[in-house]
Design a binder for this molecule. Structure first.
Ligand code: NAD
Length: 316
């Protein structure tokens, strides 16, 4: 068997596949060289990607022997699922493996929104002692609105409750009686209520035609001036031009963006110039723990598929 891995994977994933004495072509930068990637895929049995490799119909056409695609993560917008299904190539993903890490990122964003310890420490190191400037706000008793109450959303809710936040959720595809909602004490409401009542709005939906530009100027105009938007889901779900205007005019308080429409952004991207917009390089799901889990899970499930089993992590 020949397995091509076109993006970074933690060593445990490669070790597990090599224990099978299969050939592994591993180059974390392979996704940047389409010609080389297509060449390697011509006789490949499996492909493992993260979120940068664009797995399209042409690629699958080239990879005639492809039997399975592994996705080291959960967002599936970089894979043409229709083309994979037409060719009967199952796609397996790292179901739930990085949800806790993303949830902790959201909690960390909320805690640091009004208490930037990094900035306060920087201030002291620059010879200052500005206690007034660094007087913050508690998150205790504030309202968190979740858009999308799936694997990540309900974990965020559980963590947020421990810190004394009220948690509202909007998700038109689930009922109030699902375990994930009842067990995490989320109050399911209309989108309008999330916008009006939340101090923090955190997005946990996939990028689809329906969620692209979901958060636009119209929705932002309904938010409180003290609201922080946290987007760890996908770039393109929050309209970046509208967000820029809302942040610059301070009609909302601030934003944490872990994902952008184009990653990495152009050097002159307007959002980079705003003090109230924190941007991180798509790291919400990136921790040593989650990456070990993800790499182990995808390698094991992929091996199983190549040995004739049907993975529980197949995309349905
Ligand atoms: P999930 O499939 O478990 O949950 C998504 C939820 O969104 C579902 O409950 C679904 O019903 C809901 N939803 C779909 N369309 C909606 C809409 N229009 N309005 C409201 N709700 C809607 O997925 P998850 O594991 O919670 O992950 C969510 C997203 O987070 C992923 O699709 C991925 O893009 C992103 N993600 C990012 C990182 C990162 O490192 N930044 C890591 C993991 C996942």
């Amino acid at each position: 068997m020949k397995i091509v891995v076109s993006e970074i994977i933690w060593p445990i994933g490669i070790d597990l596949i090599k224990q099978k004495n299969w050939t592994v072509v591993y180059d974390p930068d392979l996704w940047t060289d389409n010609e080389k990637l297509l060449f390697e895929l011509e006789d490949a049995d499996a492909l493992i990607v993260r979120n940068q490799t664009k797995v399209d119909a042409k690629m699958m056409e080239t990879a005639k022997q492809l039997k399975v695609i592994g996705r080291l993560g959960v967002g599936l917008d970089n894979i043409d699922l229709k083309a994979a299904s037409e060719r009967k190539v199952p796609v397996i993903f790292a179901k739930n493996a990085n949800a806790t890490s993303v949830s902790e990122y959201v909690i960390s964003a909320m805690l640091s929104s009004n208490r930037s310890l990094n900035s306060a420490s920087e201030n002291v190191k620059n010879g200052k002692w500005n206690r007034r400037r660094y007087t913050g706000n508690e998150i205790y008793g504030k309202t968190l609105g979740l858009i999308g109450v799936g694997e990540i959303g309900h974990r965020v809710a559980k963590h947020a409750h421990m810190l004394g936040l009220n948690v509202l959720g909007y998700d038109p595809f689930i009922t109030p009686y699902e375990f994930s909602v009842m067990e995490s004490g989320i109050e399911l409401v209309k989108l309008q209520d999330i916008l009006i009542h939340s101090n923090f709005i955190s997005l946990h939906v996939p990028l689809t035609d329906k969620t692209r530009n979901l958060i636009d100027a119209d929705l932002m105009s309904k938010m409180k001036s003290t609201t922080w938007i946290i987007n760890t889901s996908r770039g393109g779900i929050v309209n970046e031009k509208d967000l820029y205007k809302a942040l610059q005019n301070k009609t909302i308080s601030g934003a944490f963006l872990d994902v952008l429409e184009i990653e990495p952004p152009e050097k002159d991207h307007p959002l980079l110039g705003l003090d109230n917009c924190m941007i991180t390089p798509h790291i919400a799901g990136l921790t040593e723990e989650s990456q070990n889990r993800t790499s182990r899970l995808v390698a094991n499930e992929l091996i199983g598929e190549l040995e004739g089993k049907v993975s529980l992590c197949r995309v349905k």
